[in-house]
Design a protein around this ligand. Sequence first.
Ligand code: ASP
Length: 595
Amino acid sequence: MAESMRGLHRSHRCTEVSSANIGETVTVMGWVQKRRNLGSLIFIDLRDRSGILQLVFNEETVGKAGYEKAESLRSEYVIAVTGKVEKRSAAVNENLKTGDIEVIAEDIRILSESETPPFQIQENNQTKHEIRLKYRYLDLRRPDIQKNLMLRSKVAYLMRDFMMKEGFLEIETPMLCKSTPEGARDYLVPSRIHAGHFYALPQSPQLYKQLLMCSGYDRYFQIARCFRDEDLRADRQPEFTQADMELSFVDVDDVLEVNERLLKYVFKEAIGVDIQLPLPRMPWQEAMDRYGSDKPDTRFGMELHDVSDIVKGCGFSVFTGAIENGGSVRGINAEGQATMPRKKIDKLVEFAKGYGAKGLAYLAVNEDGTYKSSFAKFMTEEELAALVAAMGGKPGDLLFFAADKNKIVWNVLGALRLELAKDLDLLDENQYNFLWVTEFPLLEWSDEENRFMAMHHPFTMPMEEDWDQIDSNPGAVRAKAYDIVLNGTELGGGSVRIHQDDIQEKMFEVLGFTKERAHEQFGFLLDAFKYGVPPHAGLAYGLDRMVMHMVHADSIRDVIAFPKVKDASCLMTQAPGTVDEKQLEELFIKTTEVE
Ligand code: ASP
């Protein structure tokens, strides 16, 4: 039977008890991790979110009734125990924070009993994630997940602390917003009062934070939930958390400077990592050319080399064809891998195809100077020698080449580089390579939409030095946009915003908006800008991702208390679900779904 808390007070969490408390009486409460009976003694490992504490029951001290209660304990029972702290009688457990002490129980209450849980509550539980997520409330008892969520809470606290000291104001922005189709797909919320009208859940507080700048709040931040109805990947969730900020009267350098100090502070205080400032910066073009990625992992080399000039006249039509079509031929050098088995190379070719390559050419430079290659027969000795030299190839190296449109070549080699690094164990988990990627293109051509789209968003400021090309060569205009990258993942990004009407109007025109449509969608922002708008800029971090990196979690789910799975459903609550006909009627909704 479950007993009450009446008259009881917890004095310590489990691992708050230490050898400093020896001789004192403490009251601890938590879950039974394990019970062991040893002759006339019962040992209980008591668990709470701080860790584990050993309790000892003997009939003399705890009494007959107490001893019988202890005998009845099973995993996950919730108990309260009062007793005296003593030095451990048996060997010290080095693996436990409380390994040198134990509590000799004088009183016990069983606060609640537990059925046998569907899986054991322990670190690195290998139970299938579907089962763990169905019983998420149990999964969340696991010490490793609890550590993650405690760290997450600390990171949010540290950010607030830093931002407050730097004069930022935390201001909440609405969850029920207007839908703005530019960007990802919105989650919609039907209006009961306005038939046929919908709110959208925010994809980010972008427009509101810009309006706050118009209103003079000059430094805003928020830890904001955001929603994007996109197909999920391993590191994506339909709802996620941004640490979002916006600043007035600033340019690129000002934003980067305050954010570097924020990162330094948070990483030091949260996980003890020292970050050297200033952080390196790299223009987008350089990142693509050297790493095939706008979020390069700079913990290892294996950089891309453009060999188009060397192979443009050769007899291998895959190479020459790509160049003639406006693309390029680029390669990476997997140093010392010349003896890679054919099977493994074939696997990498398949891998490359997954990233859009039609194939992947390779050339191994054997130790005796001969080649083993998929294309050597189409090239002369001189051409091959020049190619190997351009790649910095030495005997023992394995060279891979992709030939296609630049975008595909970058994509393929960027991914291949990472795959090889993983395979060859080149990635040091304890190394934290931060990098600002700057000068992103303002626009990106979309074949699907047959128009330019904003690479960041339509309010991003073009670089002054490129603005004269906006009509003649819009694709070449760079933006005052920046991303902060850590070990190959984008932790956050932002931009300086357009605050001049004429530039904003031109931007909408390039994006294919009519004046009317721009006004219909963003009229409130454009109007606000008519009444005195300060130059402003901002940035947002993906908080989930940042914490995921800090704890080296494999999945973003391990740092979110109640995550969704890949099809955007919640296995515990079964959301999304159907609703009553009456609810739908009130919302003027009929579904067209067929069973
Ligand atoms: N709102 C942007 C985003 O979600 C970040 C920013 O520009 O501040 O990516």
